[in-house]
Design a protein around this ligand. Structure first.
Ligand code: G3P
Length: 218
């Protein structure tokens, strides 16, 4: 399973990259706004900066909701760097655009996926990735992990090439569950990635090793 970071923060992207485990980045308009990035020129510059740090795919989301707008915006984004993936919402015009981008060799990430039916439609249109929002499904008292399982099973049966990018990851446990459910990629906040390191027995064990070493060498 590949690891993407779900942020527009350059600092956090660098930190995950320095850890040596980063395969890509996803952003969305909310994450860009959180970093105070606005205006087409600034947004383009920001994506260019991210693409200089990360070799893997970087998802850049369109804000248009009509076919022509999505295509025009997506082409501008795709021109920023070869590793830009155009992130398109799961709406009727979005599905049409995903098909157009697939036919023109531009990679896409179909976002805001909340059902297996949506996942089938996106795969059929030729999406490179789909982003089921695990955490937001859990928020509504449904089972986000179960959806990842279901989509993975369907894609395997049908032989779809579209990759499952588990999104809206809220904690380290979600990462483990996504891996177990057949996600190809997880996109996570830095905190959830770093949280995978934690176990109290590791801390206790290391402290004991260091103490024993110190005592036998003094
Ligand atoms: O990038 C989309 C997704 O990961 C958003 O996550 O935590 O806002 O539901 P969240």
């Amino acid at each position: 399973m590949r690891f993407f970071i779900d942020t527009a923060s350059i600092e956090q992207i660098k930190e995950a990259h320095d850890l040596g485990i980063l395969d890509g980045v996803t952003t969305n308009p909310s994450l860009m706004a959180k970093e105070g990035i606005s205006g087409q020129a600034n947004i383009k510059n920001h994506y260019a900066k991210i693409c200089e740090i990360v070799e893997g795919d970087v998802s850049a989301e369109v804000i248009s909701t009509d076919f022509e707008g999505i295509i025009a915006e997506g082409q501008v984004l795709a021109d920023i760097a070869p590793n830009i993936v155009v992130k398109v919402p799961m709406i009727k015009e979005g599905v049409k655009a995903i098909k157009w981008f697939a036919d023109h060799g531009i990679k896409t990430n179909c976002t805001l996926v909340f059902s297996a039916g949506q996942a089938i439609l996106a795969a059929k249109a030729g999406a490179s990735y789909i982003s089921p929002f695990l955490g937001r499904i859990d928020d509504t008292n449904w089972d986000g992990v179960q959806l990842i399982h279901q989509i993975a099973e369907i894609y395997a049966i049908q032989g779809y090439d579209t990759e499952i990018l588990a999104a809206s990851i809220r904690n380290s446990r979600h990462i483990v569950q996504a891996a177990q459910s057949g996600a190809d990629i997880v996109t996570c906040p830095l905190k959830a990635i770093v949280g995978l390191l934690n176990h109290p027995l590791t801390d206790i064990g290391l402290a004991r090793f260091l103490t024993d070493h110190k005592n036998s060498n003094s």
